[in-house]
Write a protein that binds this ligand. Structure first.
Ligand SMILES: [Zn+2]
Length: 244
């Protein structure tokens, strides 16, 4: 069955949510949040649709501060039964927010995930090395998923050494970088994601969780195994990372 570990279901129209819920090939979709408002929307969505789960996190947007972090932590602790991971979190040099503050909020969220014993889903843009340096302290203490990792191959090796999982986006159908990642990262460290509504495998169409099937096709080709084998491997990896 198909598993999407990184989508933004709060950005999709209601009919896509219904379509996802009804699709028999889809097992689970993890709806990632970027701020408190999106955490709240994804909480409501996860209560309404059984296949969609809440991943709560604060991305380093312009207006993030420590007060907002406190409100977020309160939200997570209050709804901890529904929060299956912390994400998407990270550091990002393309964002205007002061880098030291970004790091501080990132570490606070890693610490929270560790305390709650749940995985983290990470996006580090133009700051992959700095993110891995921080994550090194959490080796063997936290399950880490690197979403849409665009660091070079020496950084990918560093991620592997820390024990990270790598979630491969649906644009793997045309991205050399992600195809190479599927070839070189150990099979048991690979997960699948769409980043819906972004990174569609079809240029003219908005992304949605059912398009994970396109990644499965591509990965089966790269690994020279059946699509069924790829799906089973991903389900096994998901269980190893998320525990269910
Ligand atoms: Zn995302």
């Amino acid at each position: 069955m198909l598993i999407d570990v990184h989508a933004h279901m709060d950005f999709l129209p209601e009919e896509k949510l219904i379509k996802t819920e009804k699709n028999k090939r889809i097992r689970l979709v993890l709806s990632n949040s970027v701020n408190l408002e999106s955490c709240k929307k994804n909480l409501e969505i996860s209560k309404k649709f059984s296949k969609i789960k809440l991943v709560a996190g604060l991305y380093p947007e312009d207006d993030l501060d420590l007060k907002k972090y406190e409100e977020f932590e309160e939200f997570v602790l209050k709804n901890k039964k529904n929060v299956i991971a912390i994400g998407e979190i990270g550091i990002d040099k393309t964002e205007k927010l002061e880098f030291e503050l970004q790091k501080k909020v990132f570490i606070k969220q890693l610490t929270l995930a560790k305390k709650l014993k749940i995985p983290v889903i990470i996006h580090s843009r133009k700051s992959e090395l700095e993110a891995l340096d921080i994550l090194e302290d959490y080796k063997n203490k936290l399950k880490i998923v690197l979403h849409c990792f665009s660091g070079n191959f020496s950084l990918i090796r560093k991620g592997i050494e820390i024990g990270c999982f790598f979630s491969i986006p649906t644009n793997v159908v045309r991205s050399e970088h992600f195809q190479k990642m599927v070839r070189e990262v150990p099979k048991e460290k690979i997960l699948t994601e769409t980043d819906s509504p972004h990174l569609s495998p079809f240029k003219e169409e908005e992304n949605e969780p059912s398009f994970i099937s396109e990644s499965i096709k591509k990965m089966a080709e790269i690994w020279s195994v059946s699509e069924d084998k790829v799906e089973k491997q991903i389900e096994k990896n998901f269980k190893e990372c998320f525990g269910f």
